[in-house]
Design a protein around this ligand. Structure first.
Ligand SMILES: *Cc1c(COP(=O)(O)O)cnc(C)c1O
Length: 493
């Protein structure tokens, strides 16, 4: 198995090289040369533990890692850091609806699923490829990636991590989680701008060859922990495969039956992983792409035009407040028949004029997808009604997906058993969740609402947020997008 670039057909690298590099030099994204078939009976699949499933799925993509290396990475990542032995348990709220809880890791959001294994995959890749420089992870975050990446890389020898976040675009808890990070090899900076500004700034640093040479002389090289890294994408395929097995084991479906999968989407990474799980052979009827009011993907799936020229809306699901969904480039590449020229020209249009149109031909392959969006009102209503009907409490991002599934079922009448990716613990967005349940906006400090949320949900306050209030603030740095390079050079002395 090798990896190619979405924009240049001459790129051909091993899995470990792709993990190490993060993205190809041409500005595209790495893509597996083919999507491997599962080649296992669903009965066998349903008997596998999370770690066994992870090995089975990841080995097919990361085939230049030895069995021992891959097992070591998996065992180091998916251990007691997760507060549920299932790693990704399924919670059913009715016969046909299962919430796949992806928030049992260190920072109680789904980014942990991939970011707890990426540092091990990367360190292993560096050793395999004879890399002696220190690997510096450069990350733009809309909230959750930042802390999850910091937690994953903190004090891992041979690595360092720099996180840029939009200083007014993350939740108070998200911000506190990041700026109290203790790892000695970490730097966190708030940027004056939104997430797209941060992401564009980081992309610029990555493609700056002068900067690359400068830091190489100092003994460093950049890599990415953003969701564009295949070392994150591939571990994310695992939980969809696992969820299918769990649906069988719990007699919710028969082996071979189709399911629907609903994913609250921002950068299009998580749902792309579900698309790959389908391509590997998991029987999926529809992949339901759920957006919040920044509904650029909804419009794209409905019209075939991707248009980011619109107002950026700050919502209660900030990790989905995104107008440029980086991972969509991979889907575009597949839709175009793996045509690098075509993909590159569409992506150039996006960066030059802010929009592109795909052809009728390309749209045909979008049949696997459905798209819906939830307004703020829809989101809050979903949290409240689900709580009132079942006692189950979900966060705002998960509620966007829950609302999208409700809308899909209503519009199509298709009530195929569905898995909803539950991407954050309600404790991560306590203020919004309590406001939704009470039916009125609370101005109370989020940190003082944990006890009430714990009482309502019957869930213990997770360790990830319990001690936040008393933690020391370590990272006070703020900058403009123009100052990002200076911040990086200041850290890499
Ligand atoms: C990152 C994130 C998302 C969006 O995932 P993408 O892979 O960017 O589409 C949704 N919900 C939460 C809680 C997240 O942290």
């Amino acid at each position: 198995m090798h990896f190619k670039s979405t924009r240049d057909s001459s790129v051909y690298v091993t899995a470990s090289e792709a993990v190490l590099k993060g993205m190809p030099d041409d500005g595209g994204l790495f893509i597996p040369e083919m999507i491997p078939a599962l080649q296992i009976s669903f009965e066998d699949l349903s008997r596998m533990s999370y770690r066994e499933t992870a090995f089975f799925v990841m080995k097919k993509f990361l085939d230049d890692y030895t069995d021992e290396e891959l097992r070591y990475c998996i065992d180091s990542a998916y251990d007691t850091k997760f507060d549920d032995p299932e790693i990704a348990p399924l919670h059913f709220t009715d016969e046909k609806t299962g919430y796949l809880e992806l928030f049992h890791g260190k920072t109680i959001a789904f980014k942990d699923m991939a970011l707890s294994i990426l540092p091990y995959l990367m360190k292993c890749a560096a050793d395999k490829n004879g890399v002696s420089e220190k690997i510096i992870i450069l990350t733009a975050t809309s909230g959750d990636t930042g802390k999850a990446a910091l937690a994953g890389f903190a004090d891992v020898p041979g690595t360092g991590i720099i996180v840029f976040y939009p200083k007014d675009g993350v939740s108070p808890v998200q911000k506190l989680q990041m700026i109290t990070e203790k790892g000695k090899n970490t730097l966190v900076a708030g940027v004056a701008g939104n997430f797209d500004d941060c992401q564009t700034g980081v992309k610029k640093l990555f493609s700056d060859e002068v900067l690359r040479e400068k830091i190489l002389k100092k003994g460093y090289r950049f890599s990415s922990a953003n969701s564009i890294n295949v070392g994150r994408l591939i571990p994310q395929i695992v939980y969809y495969v696992y969820a299918y097995g769990r649906m069988i084991r719990e007699h919710r479906i028969n082996p071979g039956d189709k399911i629907n999968i609903t994913v609250p989407t921002g950068n299009f990474g998580n749902i792309l992983a579900a698309y790959y799980a389908k391509k590997m052979g998991i029987p999926v009827n529809k992949l339901i792409c759920a957006s919040n009011s920044n509904k650029v993907l909804f419009d794209f799936f409905r019209t075939g035009e991707y248009d980011r020229k619109r107002d950026f809306i700050i919502t209660s699901s900030p990790s989905m407040d995104i107008l440029i969904s980086s991972n969509l480039e991979r889907l575009i590449y597949h839709l175009s028949g793996e045509d690098c020229e075509k993909t590159r020209s569409l992506m150039n249009e996006l960066s030059k004029q802010g929009s592109y149109d795909i052809t009728e031909e390309m749209r045909k392959d979008l049949v696997s997808f459905a798209a819906f969006y939830a307004t703020e009102e829809d989101t809050f209503k979903k949290i409240r009604t689900l709580y009132e009907d079942t006692g189950y409490v979900i966060d705002t991002h998960t509620a966007v997906a829950g609302s999208a599934l409700d809308q899909y079922r209503k519009e199509t009448g298709d009530d195929t058993p569905a898995v909803i990716a539950a991407t954050a613990s309600p404790f991560k967005f306590t203020g919004s969740v309590i406001s939704a349940i009470r039916g009125e906006k609370t101005e109370e400090d989020e940190l003082s609402l944990f006890d009430e949320l714990s009482r309502l949900s019957g869930v213990k306050i997770p360790a990830a947020v319990k001690d936040l209030k008393s933690s020391e603030i370590i990272h006070k740095l703020e900058c403009t997008t123009d100052e990002m390079e200076g911040v990086v050079l200041g850290f890499l002395t």
